[in-house]
Design a binder for this molecule. Structure first.
Ligand SMILES: *Cc1c(COP(=O)(O)O)cnc(C)c1O
Length: 382
């Protein structure tokens, strides 16, 4: 079925078409000058020293744990309320995810107040995920990390250009990771970026993304090198120049796209002001936020009711999603004991509504009024 209002729309036009054609015509399509340019623009936009382009965010997270020395048997405190890639990346280095609950339906980020009780001698790092681009309580988390000598990895996939106390998300912890998968704020189909202010981490990330080799094909093809050594045990985690060309165009559009998303969120907040049956998380966030998605959480509800509401929205042409099925309930993680009541309530009752820059006020009005109908809340208004 074609939805009247999809969850997401790609913000692509002739600029992306031209960028790809120009790259193809340049005859250099693998990692090369466009990747370098995208990295330069990205680090400038985030005011961070280094940006390393990668194949996706999952590989960025894997490298983040390697760079920060997280290894076999180490524990990483993380939310369960995230895309499973965040958790799988912890396992790639044979470390153990230790799930921490979220604050609640009005703040879907990791509950900083619960982190310290989960720290053991084995804890090495905290993985934060800035949900929908809304910042975690980074002052408190960085203070805990300092006190217990822990590294902080930011999964900032949802938050390019989101701000926390004047700093861009992804630049506050030791390493920040971004995704350019199709439905992210910057879309290149697949792609990722690792950012850090640590020179050693950046150098090693560049080695590890390309088999631990000291030079890459582009340097050899352009006569800057003729051979290479292999000095570390690496991977093929490179981005390519066709995707980087898309990324450069998308990054140019990002500030304008996000401004429009701020207006879409405002329209939603106004329309939801008199709706009794839903929480709108992250109300009154003071600083600039990317608004990657627009989540709501049903009150006095359960998973069955939530699914009925979603089905009714779909029948009226409105696409929705769930962010996320909680990681700790997936078959491969559920054998461990977990006490995550807020995560479980929210994952059972969350609905992600359409969010993209070209979503109109009329469409937002239609979505919220349809939802009110479904929840039986339209009786008073007419
Ligand atoms: C999209 C996403 C990822 C994975 O990114 P890929 O680029 O697809 O590997 C990881 N974490 C979060 C929170 C995401 O939204």
């Amino acid at each position: 079925m074609e939805f009247k209002i999809p969850l997401f729309k790609l913000n692509f036009d002739e600029a992306e078409e031209k960028a790809v054609m120009d790259t193809i015509r340049s005859k250099w399509i693998s990692t090369g000058p466009r990747c370098a340019e995208f990295e330069k623009q990205f680090s400038a936009a985030l005011q961070v020293k280094h940006a390393v382009s990668l194949s996706n965010c999952t590989t960025a997270l894997h490298l983040a744990f390697k760079l920060t020395g997280v290894g076999a048997g180490d524990e990483v405190i993380c939310p369960s309320m995230t895309f499973v890639a965040s958790i799988n990346a912890i396992r790639y280095v044979d470390a153990v995810p230790v799930f921490c609950d979220i604050a609640g339906p009005e703040d879907m980020n990791i509950d900083a107040g619960k982190i310290e009780s989960l720290i053991t001698e084995k804890t090495r790092a905290i993985l934060v995920v800035h949900f929908a681009g809304f910042p975690c309580d980074m002052d408190r988390i960085m203070a805990i990390a300092k006190k217990h000598d822990l590294r902080v990895i930011e999964d900032a996939c949802h938050g390019p250009l989101s701000v926390y106390h004047g700093k861009k998300l992804g630049t506050i912890g030791d390493v920040g990771c971004f995704s350019f998968f199709s439905n992210k704020n910057i879309s290149t189909g697949e792609g990722g970026m690792l950012v850090t202010n640590n020179d050693e981490y950046a150098d090693r990330a560049r080695l590890l993304r390309s088999h631990g080799m000291t030079t890459m094909s582009y340097q050899r093809a352009s006569g800057h090198a003729t051979t290479y050594d292999v000095v570390d045990f690496g991977y093929n985690y490179r981005m390519n120049d066709i995707l980087a060309a898309l990324g450069i165009e998308q990054l140019k559009k990002l500030p304008g796209d996000l401004e429009q998303r701020v207006a879409v969120r405002k329209a939603y907040e106004q329309a939801f002001a008199d709706v009794e049956g839903v929480f709108v998380p992250f109300a009154n966030t003071p600083e600039f936020v990317s608004n990657y998605i627009f989540p709501i959480v049903l009150k006095n509800s359960d998973a069955t009711k939530r699914d009925e509401v979603r089905n009714a929205l779909h029948a009226r042409g409105i696409q929705t999603s769930v962010h996320y099925p909680a990681a700790h309930r997936f078959s491969i993680y559920k054998s461990d004991r977990h006490e995550l009541p807020a995560t479980e309530y929210v994952t059972d009752n969350e609905i992600t509504l359409p969010m993209y820059s070209s979503l109109t006020n009329e469409e937002v009005g239609f979505i919220v009024s349809t939802l009110k109908d479904i929840l039986g809340e339209n009786n008073h208004s007419n």
